[in-house]
Design a binder for this molecule. Structure first.
Ligand code: UDP
Ligand code: MG
Length: 315
């Protein structure tokens, strides 16, 4: 029987912790009663340097349900992505399959069973995908939607309308732990792992209690981090712009020369305008070119696994 770990990052979640714990304990009980996961499955709360009573509450839960509720205390606040990573890496050696979910229970815990079913069908990664965003404010919906579109345009492959509610098998976690990069954007990395994947769909609810720990500022930072840690496309765009401007300066040269010979220009204008455009273009092109090398170094420095071998057939 497979041991399930439900990994929950928590930052200042004292209002929801008990509710979340109770709900998730229910999920585990239900699944183990049905024989879908083992009885020693557990919840792993990761306290991301909360300033409120979150950790005390996790300790209380652990005391009350020692085998069912476990906790990891991070020494300080490192942000959702790192907190979740810490949880997943810790869970890797203790479980056969993991499900990550936010503490606020906005994601539908009822589909965890569906995820486990897909896992038993042989899927290694199952993404939780939001059907629609009716409960989010227009602003949140709009910014989030633009976020995915922009990321895709920038060449970061990620599953549309999927946040960090997902199932990962032990071997997926093992490969994931090979990604040692510091600029971590989970939603971009997980699709790189490979294996058979699937999606389950659900309606995203309101937060059970408390308020969002992801204000616009953090979301913009996440978007920028996502793009800058996955794609050197911005650099390629600079190179492209440089080429365009050089081309444009040739057109401008023709125009300036014609104007010069027609004779209705101030002395000095022609040479000045040509130098500005041409030099500007060349400079941008050169910056882009240098950028391409820096981009390559950036990719090298990450030392990402280059492939993930699933099976080898030999004697
Ligand atoms: N979170 C975290 N560290 C942070 C910010 C958030 O661990 O610095 C956790 C938070 O406790 C929650 C999850 O990340 O479990 C998602 O945060 P939130 O629900 O506030 O984001 P939203 O759903 O509004 O995007
Ligand atoms: Mg939330």
């Amino acid at each position: 029987m497979d041991r399930l770990a439900i990994v929950v990052p928590c930052y200042n979640e004292e209002e929801v912790l008990k509710i979340a714990s109770e709900a998730l304990r229910g999920v585990i009980k239900d699944l183990s009663d049905k024989g879908k996961v083992s009885e020693d499955s557990f919840i792993l709360f990761v306290n991301d340097g909360s300033k409120d009573r979150t950790w005390e509450l996790i300790e209380e839960e652990h005391k009350a349900y020692p085998s069912l509720v476990k906790g990891v205390k991070l020494a300080g606040n490192v942000g959702h992505q790192f907190a979740l990573t810490a949880g997943l890496i810790t869970a890797k050696d203790m479980c056969d399959v993991s499900v990550s979910i936010d503490a606020d229970l906005q994601d539908d815990i009822a589909v965890i069973e569906e995820m486990i079913d897909k896992f038993h069908e042989g899927k290694d990664i199952v993404y939780g995908v939001r059907k629609k965003r009716t409960t989010d404010s227009f602003f949140k919906r709009f910014t989030a939607q633009s976020f995915y579109k922009f990321m895709n345009a920038m060449g970061v492959k990620s599953v549309y309308n999927h946040a960090d509610f997902r199932l990962m098998s032990k071997r997926a976690l093992e490969n994931f732990s090979e990604y040692k990069e510091t600029n971590l954007f989970l939603r971009g990395i997980v699709p790189l792992i490979g294996y058979e994947t699937d999606c389950v769909y659900y309606d995203r609810k309101e937060r059970v209690a408390g308020e969002s720990k992801y204000p616009l500022k953090k979301m913009l930072a996440l978007a920028f981090n996502g793009i800058s840690s996955f794609s050197v496309k911005p650099i390629t765009m600079i190179t492209g712009l440089g080429c365009l401007i050089v081309l444009f300066s040739i057109v401008a040269a023709i125009y300036a020369l014609v104007s010069y010979f027609v004779g209705n220009v101030e002395p000095g204008w022609t040479s000045l305008i040509l130098s500005i455009w041409f030099l500007g273009g060349v400079q941008l092109l050169c910056i882009g070119l240098i950028g391409q090398y820096i981009g390559k170094m950036y990719i090298e420095v990450k030392r990402r696994p280059r492939y993930n071998i699933e099976k080898i057939l030999s004697d």
